[in-house]
Design a protein around this ligand. Structure first.
Ligand code: BGC
Ligand code: ZN
Length: 367
């Protein structure tokens, strides 16, 4: 069967390769789930991997099959699989356990090991192929009524984790009632974080460079949040005018913006960084000011990556709630479909060149 792969460490090496079709019995103890791939989404991580900034091939392979945002239909299950059956629509978590205590309790998303295993990203092949088999533990059901949102389940799980982590960490304050949130970036994580925070009743300001009108702004406003172009009003100025935020989710992909958020968070506030920045950028920061302000304001900064099964389930529940609260808005994120695995070059082109693409995904097979 066909698969789309890269040679990690070699720039712009995306190509088509061949893999053997997996079988349910590849997974031990009768826990295998064989999935026919329907759609795979790609994001900035795939772009960085193809730019040789990130990612590693599985041991024994020169290539890495891409694809970590998956959506498919179950074709067959092993004898010990309970809650998943042929015909179910599913997605899959990305990270697989290593050896730390966090991995052992099902929290590989917060592994303490330097080496992590992620399908389609690091040391494990991804889903950008025709079939894959996986342990039922990592397969997550998508309700049939959400199948039109398909590949958004994975990015939604990362946004769900980011927000949840902030709320969990803020229990340190005993009575945290965030009112105003800034979301930096209106890519998929920014937009989905906007959705989650709006569903929790926060006043949300989502900021990105491009001026209005734009699809991003339309989606943000469709979710009852306010879109701010940082070209019109830089974050610092905006925060001075309106007041600082109680919660900031940073998802621009720019480490410079990540540091800027530190000046826009209010007392007792939390900043969550989610951008993956594989480059070498350096910025100067007002360190004395930040240090003093953060100490005096009891502020919290946390990094959040990946998501486990629970975050997928929370994310999927929020997608469902989002659908009934802001009907028809979420699917506008799914901007750029590409037909078939053979379209992999067009997929990369869109990812690199199409600045307005909110979500590039491949239609691998018909339902
Ligand atoms: C993926 C996450 C992953 C992260 C770091 C993101 O694009 O969605 O699942 O943990 O990259 O590799
Ligand atoms: Zn991703």
């Amino acid at each position: 069967m066909k698969a789309v792969a890269v040679i990690p460490g070699k720039k712009e090496s995306v190509h088509l390769t061949e893999l053997e079709k997996p079988t349910v019995s590849d997974i031990p103890e009768g826990r295998g789930v064989l999935v026919r791939v329907l759609k795979i989404g790609v994001d900035a991580t795939d772009r960085e991997i193809n730019d040789a900034l990130y990612g590693n091939a599985p041991p024994g392979y020169e290539f890495l099959v891409l694809g970590h945002e998956c959506f498919g239909i179950v074709e067959e299950v092993g004898p010990n699989v309970r809650n998943i059956a042929p015909g179910d629509y599913v997605t899959c978590t990305v990270r697989r356990p290593g050896g730390s205590i966090y991995d052992q309790i099902g929290r590989s998303d917060i592994t303490s090991e330097e080496v992590y295993f992620e399908r389609g990203i690091n040391l494990l092949h991804g889903f950008l192929t025709e079939y894959f088999v996986e342990d039922a533990e990592f397969v997550v059901k998508m309700p049939v009524g959400l199948k039109h949102l398909h590949v958004l389940a994975e990015p939604m799980s990362c946004a769900a984790k980011a927000v949840l982590q902030a709320y969990e960490a803020q229990k340190r304050l005993q009575v945290w009632e965030p009112r105003r949130a800034f979301v930096m970036g209106a890519g998929q994580i920014g937009l989905l974080s906007t959705l989650i925070l709006r569903l929790r009743g926060l006043e949300v300001y989502t900021m990105a460079r491009s001026p209005k009108p734009s699809l991003k702004a339309e989606i943000v406003e469709g979710m009852g949040a306010t879109y701010i172009s940082t070209q019109d009003k830089p974050l610092k100025e905006f925060a001075k005018e309106l007041g600082k935020a109680d919660l900031i989710i940073e998802a621009t992909g720019s480490s410079a913006v990540a540091f800027e958020t530190m000046e826009a968070i209010g007392h007792n506030g939390a900043v969550v960084w989610t951008s993956i920045t594989g480059g070498q950028r350096m910025v100067e920061v007002p360190s004395d000011f930040l240090n003093l302000d953060w100490v005096l304001g009891n502020k919290l900064l946390l990094g959040s990556v990946n998501a486990n099964r629970r975050h997928f389930e929370i994310g999927i529940t929020d997608l469902a709630l989002g659908e009934v609260t802001f009907p028809g808005v979420i699917e506008k994120i799914l901007t750029n479909p590409v037909d078939g695995l053979d379209g992999y070059q067009e997929m990369m082109r869109l990812l690199v060149e199409e600045k307005d693409a909110l979500k590039v995904f491949i239609n691998v097979a018909e339902d």
